[in-house]
Design a protein around this ligand. Structure first.
Ligand code: BES
Ligand code: MN
Ligand code: MN
Length: 462
């Protein structure tokens, strides 16, 4: 497959321009104001799959945003790869902190991306990474290098919990039947340190509401005599971690898988500089659970974080008031074996139990999902490893990620197949943050590496 590099050199400008066009459409799934744009993006993805050589492409309607399905079946006796990705993006807020508008993509050079990176919301998560697969498909079909069957399933609600996909998958098991699921929606350690993501954390997301008096009160007339819901909420939240930063919810750690000394030693081999980490974030020190390293804290250990907190007067100037209500959004990242619904229940019971009588507490579960660990002794991992070795000149390192793609566990449950996570983004690409970007080098390297996965997966399947 020597000609994959030539093909990329020849078509590079078009590959970049097509991605830029895709990034111009603000497909923000969280905000209904963008619903037309999300639907337009679905059309663009559909057309791109047709052009890439899929024989059958459909826009599958769901209770929410549509799922784009495409396939090319060359021989039912050959293996089938199912590619998953998402065409929706996170909201761009806070827009003021972007150095260029989030939906007007520009190419800029950075220290880490000397060949330039495309700056736009969704550049890395996940439009850029999803589109690598479309372009790899184009290469394979137009040069006679497609060795097996391919199916695409691209959804538009990943950033809001994949509800419609969870509805779609069990209803379309036959259509989606496959031998392996291939996803590029994660990252790697560095451009000269390729890695394959072998784990994703689960998630439980809840919202809490603390109510004190039935109305906002004058803080002079009532202060000190009735519960202030904001004081109480912050105290309750603070009590969720002890002095070692362990989570205090009874039973929270019951099913947490403890890694063996060997597994921890294997993890510690991944290159990591704490100084560089701190410097990149401009922090004097890190913070986390006692007894664990930074890389363990952000991958194999569960966490609890407040994502937002509000209540009372936050406008200009001062207002002396005791608010009637205070709120917070809280996420818990979970590790394999922690059942997310059970953890949500533990949280709810605990949070209600620690509330003083002077307030009432309401806990509303949002969404969640199970964590996932991919095996490294199967042919999918071996094929991916060989593919990276071919194009990076180095064997990739297996690495567990702290992020979540909750739908992956459901794929395994419903479709009985394993997922391989070939991510080409970097942690510094600022996904979900202002100034998200994706290196041109990474984009093209992904397009180059993916066809080798197909080749080796097909060979190893024989
Ligand atoms: N692509 C990310 C997940 C990710 C990024 C995993 C980098 C590993 C490395 C995905 O789009 C995402 O943002 N997932 C959400 C969960 C979802 C339910 C909103 C997350 O992890 O917060
Ligand atoms: Mn993503
Ligand atoms: Mn995301």
């Amino acid at each position: 497959m020597k000609n994959v590099q030539d093909y990329i050199v020849q078509h590079k400008d078009r590959f970049i321009n097509e991605l830029i066009d895709l990034l111009k459409i603000p497909s923000v799934s969280a905000d209904p104001a963008f619903s037309k744009d999300v639907l337009n993006t679905a059309d663009v993805v559909k057309n791109s799959l047709e052009k890439a050589g899929c024989d059958k492409v459909e826009i599958c309607e769901t209770p929410g945003y549509p799922i784009i399905y495409g396939e090319k079946i060359i021989d039912p006796n050959l293996p089938t790869v199912l590619v998953y990705g998402h065409y929706d993006v996170q909201p761009a807020d806070p827009i003021d902190l972007w150095t260029s508008p989030p939906f007007e993509p520009v190419i800029k050079k950075t220290d880490i991306h000397p060949e330039g990176a495309i700056f736009a919301r969704g550049a890395c998560d996940d439009k850029g990474q999803m589109y690598m697969h479309v372009k790899a498909m184009e290469y394979m079909t137009s040069t006679g290098n497609l060795p097996c069957n391919v199916k695409f399933m691209i959804e538009g609600e990943e950033e809001v919990g994949s509800e419609s996909l969870a509805w779609f998958v069990p209803r379309n098991k036959e259509k989606l039947a496959n031998d392996v699921i291939l996803i590029s929606d994660t990252g790697m350690i560095a451009n000269d340190i390729p890695s394959i993501t072998t784990g994703l954390r689960g998630l439980s997301y809840v919202e809490v509401e603390v109510t004190g008096p039935n109305r906002d009160l004058h803080s002079g007339l009532y202060g000190g005599a009735v519960a202030n819901p904001i004081n109480i909420l912050t105290k309750m939240i603070a009590s969720l971690h002890d002095e070692n930063n362990h989570i205090t919810i009874p039973g929270f750690y019951d099913n947490v898988e403890e890694l063996s000394r060997e597994e921890r030693a294997e993890m510690a081999k991944a290159p990591f500089s704490l100084d560089k980490y701190k410097d990149a974030l401009k922090i004097e020190d890190v913070h986390g659970e006692a007894g664990y390293t930074t890389n363990q804290r952000n991958s194999i250990r569960p966490t609890l974080d407040v994502n937002g907190i509000w209540g009372g007067y936050t406008g200009e100037g001062a207002k002396t008031v005791i608010a009637s209500k205070a709120y917070a959004k809280i996420s818990m990242r979970l590790v394999p074996n922690q059942e997310w619904r059970a953890i949500t229940e533990l949280f709810k019971n605990h949070f209600e139990s620690i509330a003083p009588k002077s307030v009432t507490v309401k806990v509303t579960p949002h969404h969640g999902g199970q964590g996932y660990v991919t095996p490294i002794d199967n042919i999918a991992y071996k094929a991916a490893s060989k593919a990276y070795t071919e194009t990076f000149g180095k064997t990739p390192i297996p690495q567990r990620s702290g992020g979540s793609i909750p739908i992956v566990a459901l794929f395994e449950q419903e479709l009985k197949s394993k997922t391989i996570l070939m991510g080409f983004g970097l942690d510094s690409d600022a996904i979900h943050s202002p100034n998200e970007h994706f290196g041109i080098w990474n984009y093209l390297k992904g397009i180059e590496t993916i066809p080798y996965f197909y080749k080796y997966f097909t060979e190893l399947s024989k």
